[in-house]
Design a protein around this ligand. Sequence first.
Ligand code: CTP
Length: 408
Amino acid sequence: MGDGPLVGRHVLLGVSGGIAAYKAAELARELIRAGATVQAILTQGAASFVGPATFEGLTGRRAHVGVFEDPHRILHVRLAREADVAVFAPATANLLAKFASGIADDLVTSTYTCLTCPVIAAPAMHTEMWEHPATRANVARLASWGVRIIGPEVGQLAGGDEGPGRLSDPGEILAAAAQTLVTPEPDGSLLAGLRLVVTAGGTREPIDPVRYIGNRSSGKMGYALAAEAQRRGATVDLISGPSHLEPPPGVSVSHVETALQMRDAVVALADKADVVIKAAAVADFRPVDYHEQKLKKDTAALASVILTPNPDILAELGARPHDALLVGFAAETDLEEERGREKLHRKGLDLIVINRVDMADSGFNVDTNRALLLTMDGRRREVPLTTKAELASVICDEVEALIRMRAP
Ligand code: CTP
């Protein structure tokens, strides 16, 4: 047994009725190995897949299924009060739906509604169920209440189908449970006292004094990140493309317009930074020529503007020797994991945030976002629809986790 955050802590393990219930037994064993006390509770459905005796054998405690198994001590209330962290794995579509609407019609759901500790849910179900709007809405709702959703992973499902829906590995679920129990650093956050460079907004690549090539980025995500890092005690340099947003108080802001100006500003600050977060939407190309005078609309130079590639600032930072943690963004019209992972490696990043930019409630110029976070060490975290402020907080948590891992 190690000396990790789970030692001596009480983990409530809620298991619902899916084929992945057998993996919950492995999770129970891993949690016990990590030094935790594990209290398993099962839905009737779960008990049809894996019997309570399996969990009792692994945990050394009675695994409960019914609400009235200990009527003298109001079982669900007691179980909830004992827990330092609650993990629901697998969490079926039905369980998530009940959690999201406050239904408490069995032991697992009644206990959930009594919990005040951190809660983790690891969904597992068929892809169609995971992608159903009801499930998406339920997951978003639970996430907005602070429930940490781990997975599901893409892979082979029961019946031979393939797609998102597979329960995350027990090791990953355990790591998430452990993370919720890490005692905060004495100064509150691992970012306290560190130097962060955050880029935000889009760039504008001028054609003449009036016209430019730009994009829809508003800067909201980058400004939310700068605000969150500053709140955690970091010294933040925000490098912003044109934006209407008020800079967060206490953050030092450099305003730039073009990709080349952004590169100069980033390079000037990156060497002194502990973390560089590149949330800016940098134009990939700029016009070769800038015309000092406004072009008349019938000018040939306006009919076909010749473009040249801009340097990829992030890839440049990743390619040269650096100590700073590098966090990049990928604006995608789907959350394609393979492409994101390829970008993570190609640009030499520690963390990539893949965010959806093609939906009315996610992406440019709205206050909410949905994202998939991938780290260099192979971790993944899907963040369902949430506010950009909350996503900024999740990103800062992941940066802190990377800093913790780097620590000697
Ligand atoms: N980025 C950058 N410099 C550029 C372009 C992008 O630093 N000239 C950074 C962005 O700030 C972001 C990340 O790179 O953090 C991802 O940019 P994106 O445009 O999604 O990636 P590309 O590699 O350009 O891929 P794609 O061809 O899919 O657009």
